[in-house]
Every structure is written in structure tokens, then in C-alpha cells.
Design a protein around this ligand. Structure first.
Ligand code: NAP
Length: 269
């Protein structure tokens, strides 16, 4: 199956690195004109330059703005007032005990993870509806359903994103626009594996092995930390014309983290 997104425009929040950059790359290679976003000018310029080289047939532009604020979203909208595909990828996470988290920190999580998606969807969806085609995809997390004790604001806001996905999918039903979410488990990205890499001074391969074999995924029957390519491929599918029937869908991409099979269970053949 080849996905042709020629003529479409995609905005990907938080896309100078990690999952967001890989999504931008996959969409660009499928023919979409892409808009990269991040807060740091140099990072945005660097990502635009890299991607323009990798996908010379499409337009690659960048907008420097903090989409975790209303002002930053307005700046993005002023520079890019329309899109056919909106990937609400931006996310923040930090390990912190519930009793130490201030009101300000709670509101920050809400602004970055939930309000960015609300503000951008509110602005872009009417145009998509008027053109009878559009895609909105939220990058959520398995921790939206299995709230980690050390990251409750992350779990709570990623959970709110799932409600938003389903509410918006209902709201735009039968308009040619679809709204979906992907629930990621740990990803083999710098950020996803930051704990192992920074704290234990391990290589990416060692960190992934630690994650898969000893740490977070040790109870899984089929441990697997997804690659950024796997994530981007799932986004590409949901962005494609062939995914017209998928809306309000919550896709798990977590190496079966959400499935409660006992450790070591063999799959039925
Ligand atoms: N990685 C994982 O293991 C994992 C697991 C489950 C879910 N997820 C979800 O997947 C998504 C991507 O994760 P990731 O690990 O790729 O993230 P990441 O590496 O932390 O993403 C960094 C990107 O986000 C940008 N960014 C951060 N805050 C921003 C803001 N307020 N406004 C605009 N850009 C901002 C950064 O650029 P600047 O620094 O220049 O702003 C950079 O481009 C997130 O929603 C995350 O919650 C990730």
C-alpha cells in the first residue's frame, strides 16, 4: 500500500525531534507539505533543513512557538492558518510525587497536553469540515489508562486527550474529517529512554534491553518498545485516505502493554 498525501498540509506540534520529527518525515515522504514546530529557533531551523533535504519534493516550513500557551498557539495559527492534517504530538513528562506538585505545575500540564490540542482543533477543524476532508490525531499514552503513581498529571492529561478525541470524533461525524488517538507505550526515542541513558549512562540499545527485559515491560508476554518509525507509520495510516472509516479510534501501540497476559504466556499458534 502506498499512501499519497500530495497536496495535503500537515502541522505537527513538538516536531523538531523524537516522535514528532519522525512523523513529519513520514508524512513528507508520502507527499504532504509539513509544518515543523518547536520553541527553539535553532532546533526548528535545523529540523526544517534536514527534512527539506530528505523530502525535496514537498514544502517544509517551521514555526517557532510554544503551543503550551494561548499566545504560542495564536502565533502558530497566524503563520499557518489552515491545515488538512493536525498531529497533536507535543507532550511533557517528569517524574514527581503527587504531594510535591503545585497548582501551577498542574495547570502547565493541562495547557501543554490538553489545551494545545483543544485550541488547534477549534481553529483548524472548521476549515477541514468545509473541505470535506481532514485528519486530527492525538498522541496519547498507555499511561492515560494505567496512571503511573510518579506521573499522575501526565496520566490524567493524557487521559483527558482520549475524551477529547472521542468527543471531537462525535462532533465531526459524517463530515469527511476523522479524529483518532494513539496510545504509546515506551518509545525508542531519546526522551522515551532518557532515564536509562542519562541516569545509568547506557547506550540506546542497552536502555531498550533494560526496559524490555527488566523494567517496565518485564511483565509482558511480548515485550517491545516501539521505534519512532512504527509510531510514524501508524500516524501515516490514520492520515491516509484509506483510514476514512477510522474515527474516534484509540489505537494501542505499546507492545501489548495494555493486555494482561501472564508473563511468559505463549501466543496461540
Ligand atoms: N517517548 C516515549 O517513550 C513516549 C511514550 C508515550 C507517549 N509519548 C508521547 O509522544 C509524544 C512525543 O514524545 P517524544 O518523546 O518524542 O517527546 P520529546 O522528545 O520530548 O519532544 C520534543 C519535541 O517537542 C518540542 N516541544 C516541547 N515542548 C513544546 C512546546 N511547549 N511547544 C512546542 N514544542 C514543544 C521540542 O522542541 P523545543 O524543545 O524546541 O520546544 C521537540 O521538538 C508526546 O506527546 C509524549 O507524551 C512518548
Amino acid at each position: 500500500m502506498e499512501t499519497d498525501l500530495s497536496g495535503k498540509t500537515a502541522v505537527i506540534t513538538g516536531s523538531t525531534a523524537g516522535v514528532g520529527y519522525k512523523i513529519a518525515e513520514f508524512l513528507a515522504l508520502a507527499g504532504a507539505n509539513v509544518v515543523i514546530n518547536g520553541r527553539k529557533t535553532l532546533a526548528v531551523e535545523g529540523a526544517v533543513e534536514r527534512l527539506a533535504l530528505a523530502a525535496p519534493q514537498v514544502s517544509v516550513s517551521g514555526v517557532v512557538s510554544d503551543v503550551g500557551t494561548a499566545k504560542g498557539v495564536d502565533e502558530l495559527l497566524a503563520k499557518q492558518p489552515r491545515t488538512d492534517i493536525l498531529i497533536n504530538n507535543v507532550g511533557i513528562y517528569e517524574s514527581e510525587d503527587f504531594f510535591d506538585i503545585s497548582d501551577e505545575k498542574w495547570m502547565h500540564y493541562f495547557e501543554v497536553i490538553v489545551m494545545s490540542g483543544i485550541r488547534l482543533s477549534r481553529a483548524y477543524l472548521p476549515g477541514m469540515i468545509s473541505r470535506y476532508w481532514g485528519r486530527v490525531i492525538f498522541i496519547s499514552s498507555e499511561w492515560a489508562l494505567n496512571i503511573p503513581t510518579h506521573m499522575i498529571p501526565y496520566g490524567l492529561t493524557k487521559s483527558a486527550v482520549l475524551s477529547l478525541t472521542q468527543g471531537l470524533a462525535n462532533r465531526v461525524q459524517a463530515t469527511g474529517v476523522t479524529v483518532n488517538a494513539i496510545l504509546l507505550g515506551p518509545v525508542q526515542s531519546v526522551q522515551g529512554m532518557a532515564g536509562g541513558q542519562k541516569e545509568l549512562c547506557l547506550t540506546m540499545e542497552e536502555t531498550v534491553a533494560l526496559y524490555e527485559n527488566e523494567h517496565h515491560l518485564s511483565t509482558l508476554a511480548f515485550p517491545h518498545a516501539a521505534t519512532t518509525e512504527e509510531v510514524a507509520n501508524t500516524v501515516l495510516y490514520l492520515s491516509s485516505p484509506l483510514a476514512q472509516g477510522n474515527s474516534g479510534t484509540l489505537i494501542h501501540l505499546d507492545g501489548s502493554e495494555h493486555v494482561t497476559l501472564p508473563r511468559g504466556s505463549a501466543p496461540p499458534h
